[in-house]
Ligand binder design. Sequence first.
Ligand SMILES: *Cc1c(COP(=O)(O)O)cnc(C)c1O
Length: 377
Amino acid sequence: MKKIQMVDLKGQYSKIKAEVDSSVLEVLDSTAYINGPKVHEFQKNLEAYLGVKHVIPCANGTDALQIAMMGLGLKPGDEVITADFTFAATVEVIALLQLTPVLVDVDPITFNIDVDAIKKAITPKTKAIVPVHLFGMCANMEAIMEIAKEHNLYVIEDNAQAIGSTYTYSDGRKVKAGTIGDVASTSFFPSKNLGCYGDGGAIFTNDDDLAHTIRGVVNHGMYERYHHDVVGVNSRLDSIQAAILDIKLKNLDRYNNARLKAANAYDDAFKDHDNIITPYREDVENCHVFHQYTLKILNADRDALVKHLNEQGIPCGVYYPIPLHLQKAYQDSRYNEADFTVTNQLVKEVISLPMHTELDDEQIEFITSTVINFVNS
Ligand SMILES: *Cc1c(COP(=O)(O)O)cnc(C)c1O
């Protein structure tokens, strides 16, 4: 059996190596390392793929979130509601801009931000909601957009984990994740579903004015050369990464289907085991792109399972082991433990199994039987 990896970047690269290598060499030869034609081509191709009017590439997914908030003109003291159960980047940029993060609990089934908890957290200072499409499936965007409309709030989708997934409205209308809110951010970190070979990120919006503002924010607040109208940042996707991403974008649906196939095989193996709760999916096509395949383990020692899997040569991850509201940097006396019962429980139960585009049947059989034998022993 091939050695099992959490993410097999090498196996994936080997299948597109000739194309990637020649495109990268072309950039090297062109010397258009920054803002070269490859960046523009990738931007246009991603806009077409997503069905969104504007993609603004930037340096990473954390910057993308920060720039989205700067573009919306959020001011110190504005409250921004986001999920307690996510990667820290989401809350980090809120705090960094001196906005006030308001963490709320998540849904125990979907792991995504709890809509009722959002409603409860709204105050006259609330300005925005940041739903995170955790592990590859959209948050309940229809309900979130309704709340936002009612309270006049911005919605910033953190789409770092769900690029390529489809959101289906209750009337059957389908759109791509990251095209629903006022603005969205994504990350091209190598292990993401659309990953480059370094750092990268992007902001998406259908709003022409906001897109214009953001194009200045990413470029030192310049709208005209050497005229700095607003305080901006320097955040760029370089041409080499764009060249790689453009090739990987052509393969994105195939990659997400390979993840889905692995997820289906995992689901199938675990289906008769009451103490192994497989990830929830809406009953519609392409709603989940399985950035992570995350189980809940009941009535067994999750940490002992992690250790056992590692001893068997099976890498795994705990995303995330500590609720954000308990992290030193983000504690706030306004929080009440009783409002975080779901996250507090999930951090003890979740385990993410190897998930990437190159998993084979033999590996999945070994992983699933090892998990099942441990949980049932
Ligand atoms: C990866 C990730 C980010 C940050 O992306 P970087 O490119 O690493 O800065 C932000 N939010 C979520 C939910 C992520 O998973």
